[in-house]
Design a protein around this ligand. Structure first.
Ligand SMILES: Nc1ncnc2c1ncn2[C@@H]1O[C@H](COP(=O)(O)OP(=O)(O)O)[C@@H](O)[C@H]1O
Ligand SMILES: O=C(OP(=O)(O)O)[C@H](O)COP(=O)(O)O
Ligand SMILES: [Mg+2]
Length: 396
């Protein structure tokens, strides 16, 4: 059983809320604040119930303290969203004596935001001493970081047993209820679309998705590992060399199951992954040696669109290209638009970056559900138990 924040007594208690404020940034500018806005109901609820709120999140994948990945922009945005009634204080670390003092001095109605958890390698290592220190700041632990629930880290799993009371936030509940419902009996044809950059993380979910879906469309950086595994030249495109044999196994499994595993047949390329490079359309599956694939090409867009328009359930994670640069956004836009116009289908998109893309295109409101989790929603949809959710289970 999982308790939820609205059933808990929080008055005067220190409420530690693990949020996922891993928002897309351009320098210090947040390009999409969906994850912050989606956590607001839980934060407001904790404040309204008289709790002293401590927020903790990671941002990016730093290898130690890195000012470019400070949570300062997120703290500023939260200050604006919460309004004048509440003060948001940003600590300069997430553990240590300074933080302990800030926690001790925290007043009702104030929010203390800890600095990026991943500035300490102990967070991802799920180090016990680090986990116990985080736990020592809290009377109540709430997890509202659905987007990070697939990670067994100190702040999502390790610290939980050391806090007196534990529960889930309102965003976590919304995500689990919605995504749980989608998978109960998905209407067919069921089409899944995978892309993005976190190839090694996400490639492993394909095995369990294949038997469930009618077609799996692969774009984004994920596609080139699959093309290369088929012996097709991919030039300078991003490839996860150590996943080539896994990709081959997936291609064989798809054949065995008679599930369509659809890969790009043309590409939009350049010599470099920035907005500076010249755009070169490549009309074939193979990519010349000096180029890298940065978006799916027009023939692939038409093919993917056709699959999506005929589907009754569509689940999508991962942009089709480097959509942050407009000249590589067409593939991602086509997928988003094809989902938006299919009114007969349940359409779900997940992921920090995918959600940013659909919201920037103004299409998020036209989909059935925009999830804050990419990797997390994929692992949940495949039926895997999420460590961040498991940690919240109580006996009765
Ligand atoms: N072909 C590509 N080459 C390089 N980067 C890509 C490519 N396709 C997609 N990306 C990048 O993938 C990133 C998002 O990946 P990911 O984090 O896995 O997705 P999500 O956050 O939606 O789960 C984006 O920043 C995008 O620029
Ligand atoms: O952005 C996230 O996932 P996503 O890119 O799959 O949406 C989460 O914050 C998890 O981050 P991580 O993949 O660095 O552990
Ligand atoms: Mg992402």
């Amino acid at each position: 059983m999982i308790r939820y924040i609205d059933d808990m007594q929080l008055t005067g208690k220190r409420v530690f809320i693990r949020v996922d404020f891993n928002v897309p940034l351009e320098g210090k500018r947040i390009t999409d604040d969906t994850r912050i806005r989606e956590a607001l109901p839980t934060i407001r609820r904790a404040l309204d119930m008289g709790g002293k709120v401590i927020l903790a999140s990671h941002l990016g994948r730093p290898k130690g303290p890195d000012p470019k990945l400070s949570l300062e922009p997120a703290a500023s945005r939260l200050t604006e969203l919460l309004g004048a009634k509440h003060e948001v204080i940003l600590a300069d670390d997430c553990v240590g004596d300074g933080v302990r003092k800030l926690v001790k001095d925290l007043k009702d109605g104030q929010v203390l935001m800890l600095e990026n958890l991943r500035f300490h390698k102990e967070e991802e290592a799920n180090d016990e001493t680090f986990a116990r220190e985080l736990a020592s700041f809290a009377d109540v632990y709430i997890n509202d970081a659905f987007g990070t629930a697939h990670r067994a880290h100190a702040s999502t799993a390790g610290m939980v047993p050391y806090v007196k009371e534990k529960g889930a936030g309102l965003l976590m509940r919304k995500e689990l209820e919605y995504l749980g419902g989608v998978m109960k009996n998905p209407a067919k044809p069921f089409v899944a679309i995978l892309g993005g950059a976190k190839v090694s993380d996400k490639i492993k979910v394909i095995e369990s998705l294949l038997p469930k879906v009618d077609a799996l469309l692969i774009g984004g950086a994920m596609a080139y590992t699959f093309l290369k595994a088929q012996g097709i030249e991919v030039g300078k495109s991003r490839v996860e060399e150590d996943k080539l044999s896994l990709a081959t196994r997936m291609l064989e499994a798809a054949q065995r199951l008679k599930t369509a595993l659809v890969l790009p047949i043309d590409h939009v390329c350049s010599t470099e992954p920035t907005d500076k490079g010249e755009v070169r359309e490549v009309p074939d599956r193979a990519i010349p040696a000096d180029l890298m694939g940065l978006d799916i090409g027009p023939k692939t867009r038409a093919m993917f669109s056709e699959h999506i328009r005929n589907a009754k359930t569509v689940v999508w994670n991962g942009p089709m290209g480097m959509f942050e640069v407009e000249k590589y956004a067409a593939g991602t836009r086509t997928v988003a638009e094809s989902m938006a116009i299919n009114k007969d289908a349940i359409t779900v998109v997940g992921g920090g970056d995918s959600a940013a893309a659909v919201n920037e295109m103004g299409l998020g409101v036209k989909l059935s559900h925009v999830s804050t989790g990419g990797g997390a929603s994929l692992e949940f949809l495949e039926g895997r138990e999420l460590p961040g959710v498991k940690a919240l289970e109580t006996k009765q």
